[in-house]
Design a binder for this molecule. Structure first.
Ligand code: IVH
Length: 677
């Protein structure tokens, strides 16, 4: 069958494009397109080549793994090639893959190893007589770069093996990656120093590992998990991958604790779902999971095709990044008047949903990232986080692209926009007269952590204000079911439910009520501290700035906001009406005046992830026992409570000789009522 000219041309174009993007990604660590887009190009080329095998040239990017190494590092020829993985993008792909493997092996009862697919850089580590002697990147799979000096700086990688029983010479292979926390800290440092930031942890890991100066690599927070082997004496191999990795682990080579062995493909898919749900909680980025046949003999039977083994597949997660175009930049007004530029985008599927808007945070950021209307940009949507524009691609900028100019007047109320000294944020000066600020304030009042008015969502608030059924939050409690039933999309039943929810919300707590008022810089935690301190609303409302500053964690700026808030006749009237319409709370538990609370005078910092409670809950416990919970470690800190992945605060606390408590110690301290361990 002759190959149609159009297919030939398309394949040639795809090859050229993929080579170009390979260069950007592998050599320059500066990709122009998102990974999903790259995958799509590769899939299209693979499909064309499988339909017309004549198109499969030996130099096609489908026939090899990456790009050639950069000249500056010495070349290393891999004794066993470093291969890549085929990708599955759906459950169906995975089921088909499982079926093919079973057919080839002639059996169904197969054990599978399931592992996270880390988003970093593949490296091969050579150990001789238990010492790390070489480390190489994958390069094109046949030849990589000698990065031994850099890898020696990564603390997760043992320079000398522990335990016993290792072969004289073998290769452990795995992924070097940058944990999320380290990535954020690195970018924050770069930003403060006016240097270029990295778009994502993968690029940061690659850029750090391929530094010509290992001293620079040493300052980068890199880590490593082993997921396989290269050269290994046949007669020393155990029967399974999982047993081999257990040996590696016993010799001190890190293996991902999320690795499991499961019985069938359905269990593989269940693992995928579980990890997808936990993706944002993991301390490192993953772009999918990998399924591998566990028995090494079965792998031998299955063998390889050009790019990848037949015994493994990567099941990819929906991409969290995608490329699209900015068609406009709107300015949104928040509850506190903050103006947020929001990019309007050509619709793009990312993080499992279609995204049409993404935040640009503030005007400074738009300029720093040089994002213009008309630009092609990388958009990120991770978990439930608001989509954001990561970077623009000025290489693809059309000549008529337009710069963003922050308006001098609020788009909602025309009041002047002010930018305070030292603040990146521009604000509308219209206060509650600004309809946009007002709307956000009502939404905040009703929100879950504030008055928790079930069913009073954003759309409904919009309608109530537009139809002038309410002017302030105090009017909410005068609403009647008949009025509500007339609103669009609100039937009789929902109206009644809302009235009941309003009724329930009348019984609240003082901290919730304070938080709901929406005083600037008074978040949930500060609201609770204020309530604990003043016990009632009146003394708080009457307090002067000096008194307010004696409250733990309240500095001059918060004190000023609180003081000013309670001096506005408009605010006092709203509060008066709210209380008049039946909002009430139980008195806080009695605290006898002469008992000193067990943690009085003690300052805590809470860092990392705790298993059994959130950081906010931990802070609340400290407060309840009379202690103080602050954000950063200093000489004044008495205790650091360190959860998983504690980061730099732990290092600092150790340097300062501050007592560090793990979760169990903290729980026993707070449950025992404060007898310090
Ligand atoms: S196994 C012969 N396992 O993904 C099979 N690879 O897309 C070799 N990767 O080059 C790879 N996590 O850089 C394997 N648990 C894991 C992985 C993993 C990340 C990377 C690795 C590989 C690429 C293939």
């Amino acid at each position: 069958m002759t190959v149609p000219e159009s297919a030939r041309q398309r394949a040639a174009q795809l090859r050229k494009d993929i080579e170009f993007h390979n260069l950007r990604y592998y050599q320059l660590d500066d990709p122009l397109i998102a990974d999903a887009e790259y995958d799509r190009l590769m899939q299209e080329l693979l499909a064309l080549e499988s339909e017309h095998p004549e198109l499969r040239t030996p130099d096609s990017p489908t026939q090899r793994v990456g790009a050639p190494p950069v000249q500056a590092f010495a070349e290393v020829r891999h004794s066993v090639p470093m291969l890549s993985l085929d990708n599955a993008f759906s459950d169906e792909n995975v089921v088909d893959f499982g079926r093919r493997v079973s057919q080839r092996l002639g059996r169904d009862d197969l054990a599978w190893v399931v592992e996270p697919k880390l988003d970093g850089l593949a490296v091969s580590l050579t150990y001789e007589q238990g010492l790390l002697v070489h480390a190489a990147t994958r390069g094109d799979g046949q030849t990589g770069e000698d990065i031994t000096a850099n890898v020696r700086t990564i603390r997760a990688i043992p320079l000398r093996l522990s335990g016993k029983g290792w072969p004289d010479c073998f290769e452990a292979r795995g992924e070097v990656f940058m944990p999320k926390q380290g990535f954020q800290a690195l970018n924050a440092r770069a930003l403060a120093a006016g240097e270029k930031t990295f778009a994502n942890p993968r690029n940061a890991a690659a850029g750090s590992l391929r530094q010509l100066d290992p001293k620079v690599t040493a300052t980068r927070p890199l880590s490593f998990f082993c997921y396989g082997y290269g050269l290994y004496p046949d007669n020393r191999l155990p029967a399974t991958h999982s047993a081999l990795l257990a040996c590696f682990r016993s010799w001190g080579i890190p293996v991902n604790p999320e690795l499991h062995v499961v019985e069938n493909i359905a269990a593989c898919i269940a693992y995928y779902r579980d990890l997808l749900a936990r993706r944002s909680e993991l301390p490192y980025e993953i772009d999918g999971v990998v399924y591998k046949i566990d028995a090494l003999a079965e792998r031998e039977t299955l063998g390889f095709v050009a790019r990848a083994p037949r015994w493994a597949i990567a099941h990819k997660f929906p991409a969290e990044e995608a490329t699209t175009r900015v068609i406009g930049i709107d300015v949104q007004v928040g509850r506190t008047g903050a103006l947020t530029p929001v990019a309007r985008l050509e619709p793009v599927f990312v993080g499992g949903v279609t995204v049409t808007n993404a935040t640009l945070h503030n005007a400074d950021e738009v300029h720093r990232k040089d994002i213009r209307i008309g630009d092609t940009v990388i958009v990120r949507r991770a978990g439930d986080v608001i989509p954001e524009v990561v970077k623009s691609l000025p290489e693809l900028r059309p000549p008529n692209a337009m710069r963003f100019v922050l308006p001098g007047r609020c788009p909602a109320c025309q009041a002047e926009v002010e930018i305070l000294e030292g603040e990146a944020i521009a604000r509308c000066s219209g206060g509650l007269y600004c309809p946009a600020q007002h709307k956000e304030a009502v939404k905040h009042f009703a929100s879950r952590k504030a008055m928790n008015i079930d069913g009073l969502g954003d759309k409904l608030v919009d309608q109530l204000l537009e139809k002038q059924l309410i002017a302030t939050v105090a009017d909410l409690y005068a609403l009647r079911a008949e009025q509500l039933a007339e609103l669009e999309r609100l039937g009789e039943k929902s109206s009644r439910n809302l009235i009941e929810a309003l009724e329930r919300s009348r019984h609240t707590t003082l901290p919730r009520f304070l938080y709901a008022l929406g005083i600037r810089e008074v978040g949930e935690v500060t609201a609770r501290t204020l309530a604990e301190y003043f016990r009632e609303l009146e003394p708080l409302a009457a307090a002067d700035e000096e008194t307010l500053q004696t409250v733990p964690d309240v500095g001059p700026s918060v004190a000023r906001h609180i003081y000013t808030f309670f001096r506005q006749p408009h605010n006092l009237e709203v509060i008066h009406r709210l209380l008049g319409s039946g909002i009430h709370w139980d008195p806080l538990p009695e605290r006898p005046a002469d008992t000193v609370l067990p943690l009085a005078g003690k300052t805590f910092v809470i860092t990392g992830t705790l298993d059994s409670l959130s950081r906010e809950e931990a802070k609340a416990r400290v407060l309840a026992l009379g202690g103080k919970a602050v954000g950063s470690v200093s000489k004044k800190t008495d205790y650091l409570v360190a959860g998983a992945e504690p980061g730099s605060k732990l290092t600092k606390a150790q340097e300062l000789g501050i007592k560090v408590l793990d979760e169990a110690e903290f729980l026993s301290l707070s449950e025992s009522g404060g007898d310090a361990p």
